[in-house]
Design a protein around this ligand. Sequence first.
Ligand code: NAP
Length: 497
Amino acid sequence: MAPQYDAVIVGAGFGGMGAAIELGRLGIDDFVILEREDDLGGTWHVNRYPGLAVDIASVTYSYSFEPNPYWSRLFAPGAELKRYADHVAAKYDLRRHMRFGTVVEGARWDEDQQHWVISIAGTEPVTARYLLTATGFLSQPHIPDLPGIDTFAGKIVHTTAWDDAYDLAGKRAAIIGTGATAVQLIPRIARRVAELTVYQRTPIWVVPKVDVTIPTAVQRMFARMPLTQKAARLTSTSLLELMMVSAVLHYRQVRFLNKGAELLARAHMRAQIPDRELRKRLTPHYSFGCKRPTFSNNYFPTFTRSHVHLETASIERIEPEAIVTADGHRTQIDTLILATGFNLWDVNFPAIEVIGREGRNLGKWWRENRFQAYEGVSVPHFPNFLTLASPYSYSGLSYFTTIESQMRHMGRLFRELQRRGASTFEVTERANAEFLDRMTRRLGDSVFYLGSCEGSRSYYFNQHGEAAILRPTSTVNAFREAGSFPLEDYMIGGQSA
Ligand code: NAP
């Protein structure tokens, strides 16, 4: 029986839209994009907390083939990213493929029919020849299991479910977490509330954010002379590659870059916080890059304001109207903000249950045999499946560089299928094992293993202590390999209809 669709994409964020654009380029139009939320845009649709903005310069944080000359700032606010996603969807006519409010529960490879059966909550399953999951890295919110949290009587909100109608004016608020989200949120919240207590478990490295508005004249220049924006992109991408990729992943070779970034973060703090004791409490005790560093000019100064308090003792329990720390200190609050991030390793890899050939369960297999994916996209025993939010796929720079490498990989693979009139592919065990060996070896050069990362509590590390998210090569290498991987690394077969 022929499947209902040529392809199913799970996720209508930038990753899923990139995959859809690539399918279009390949002449494949018979596909559906299944999305659990009520609109497209992924993280930029879900997140709308105050202060939300990109922290990778916008000229870099966008598709290279779809530059937006009209970013209002060097680091665009979140709402502009959502508008950009809408623009891309309109330009590439993607909305007609999307089904919103559709929660994919799992997918199973049907060996007899040689297609995927994708189960959806509350409705009939769909079938497709190819399955592409673009479920993102940071899409499953982490709600901490703190004693008494269910008894809290005031307002409680996770940053991924911001309540725009809730007025913070005059509130006694607490925020748990000091990751990239909190770094953006804290300065904004502090302006509104009467009291703010920040519960920090692990400090974060913060470097200056060189952010400015982009004058209309420059926007016009970008629009009229796209080469100028290309040059801006190249400059910003190269700088970020040095700081966020080389300094972290090639620590053995360019340790001085890493040390330089750490010195910059320390100097930034010294310039902004006169109080030595406060600086000490905000200073991380792990190497720069063990945890994703962040950029801000107003995070540190916020802690110098009289109504903002930094609490570093661990939280013992939550009471209906207070938080109590291990040293017995009780802080009265009426608003509890959870900037507690995401659960990657337990529930996100993969975000849905995926059962491949001979009943292999992807999540179980990853947990029992190390997290792995050939070139960050395919896994043996999972035919006709590309997993776009995978171990070793993220370059550590802009997520768009990862998306575009994956689109390129898709293009090369599917064009070969078309050339041979074939309908199935599966990566070989050998190619996958060689790739994993290479990634493991190269990670030995990274700050994760050569720096001091104990105590960083970084989500880059999985439950086995492996830093298995970032691809330990340059972004250029990832892009080059996506367009030149040996085609023999795949078993290609079947006959297209
Ligand atoms: P995160 O980096 O995982 O930070 C979560 C914070 O919550 C950490 O400080 C963590 O402390 C704390 N936490 C979690 N459970 C806790 C508990 N039970 N008790 C006390 N503290 C607890 O999450 P995030 O800030 O949402 O950022 C996630 C990622 O999203 C970033 O790394 C970045 O890649 C991305 N992001 C990007 C942007 C942007 O580009 N605009 C903005 C925001 C986020 P520990 O560190 O001790 O675990």
